[in-house]
Design a protein around this ligand. Sequence first.
Ligand SMILES: [Zn+2]
Length: 297
Amino acid sequence: MTTKPLTTAAFFRMFPDDETCLKHLFDVRFGDGFECPKCERASKWFRIKAERAYSCQWCGHHLHPTVGTPFEKTRTPLQLWFYAIHLFTTTRHGVSAKELERQLGVTYKTAWRMAKLIREHMADVDGDRPIGGPFKTVEIDETFVGGHRENGQGGKGKAVVFGMLERGGDVVTEVVADRKSGTLLPHVIKHVQPHTEVHTDELRSYGGLGTLKGYWHKQVNHSEGEYVSDTGTTVNAIENFWRHLKCSITGTHVSVRPKYLGLYAKEFEYRFNRRNRPETMLPELLSTFRPLPQSCD
Ligand SMILES: [Zn+2]
C-alpha cells in the first residue's frame, strides 16, 4: 500500500464524473441491500435521474446520499467538491478561495463557501480525541496570529491561538479570548489526560498546571534564552506547528479574519494529525459523515 496521496490523474480515474461521486456517497453511507427506513425491508436501490437520490425497490422511499454532508445544499457538481477536497489533502500550506476559484472555474463566492464547508468538515472528522496520558509528553503553548504588529503583547486585530501537542502524536488547537490561566487551563483539562508530563514556557498562566489532574509540569525559560532545558523540557514541536501555520496563512491567504482563524487552525490540525498517513485523508473525508435519519422523502 502506498503512503503517497493520490495524484491528480489518479483522482480523475477514480472519480471521472458526478455519477461516480454520487454512487460513492451512496455506497459508503448506505450500500446495496440497505434496509429501507420506511418499509424496513432490505432493498435494492434504484437511481432516480431527476434528483440526487435513490429509490426503494419496495415502497419507493427516497434516499439522498448528500444529506448531512457538505454537499447537501449545492448545485456545484459533486466532482468539483471531491476535487476541492483532494486539493485540501495534497497541499502543505492550505488552499485559498482564490485558488479554488481558479482551479474549479466557480465564482469567488462559491469557492469561499466551499472552502469554509470543507474546513468545517475536516474539523468535524478530526474530532476531539483526548491526548497525552501516563508516560506521554504534551507541549502547551499559545501564539498571536494576525493583526498589525508582529511582536509584542497582541496588537489590534490579533487573535490568540492555544495549542496542545502530544509529542509524536496529535495536536489540538483552540482560538481563545486571552492568555489568562482561567481561559487556558480549562482547555488543558478538557483535552489532556491525567498523569501527562506537560511542558510549557514561563508564562505565569501555566503556574497552576502542576496541581491539576496529576499533571507533571515542566517549564522552559525562554526569557533567559533557554529553548531546551537540561531536563529536556521544550516546546519546540508546538512552536514548529505555529511557524508552519503562520507562514501558510501569510503565504496562502495573506491574512485571515479572527472570526475564521479557528477554522484555519483546524484545517492544519487535521493534516498535521495525519502527517504519517497522508494517503488516508481523501478516503476518510469522502466517507466520514454524521449519521442522519432519512425520515423524509
Ligand atoms: Zn421501502
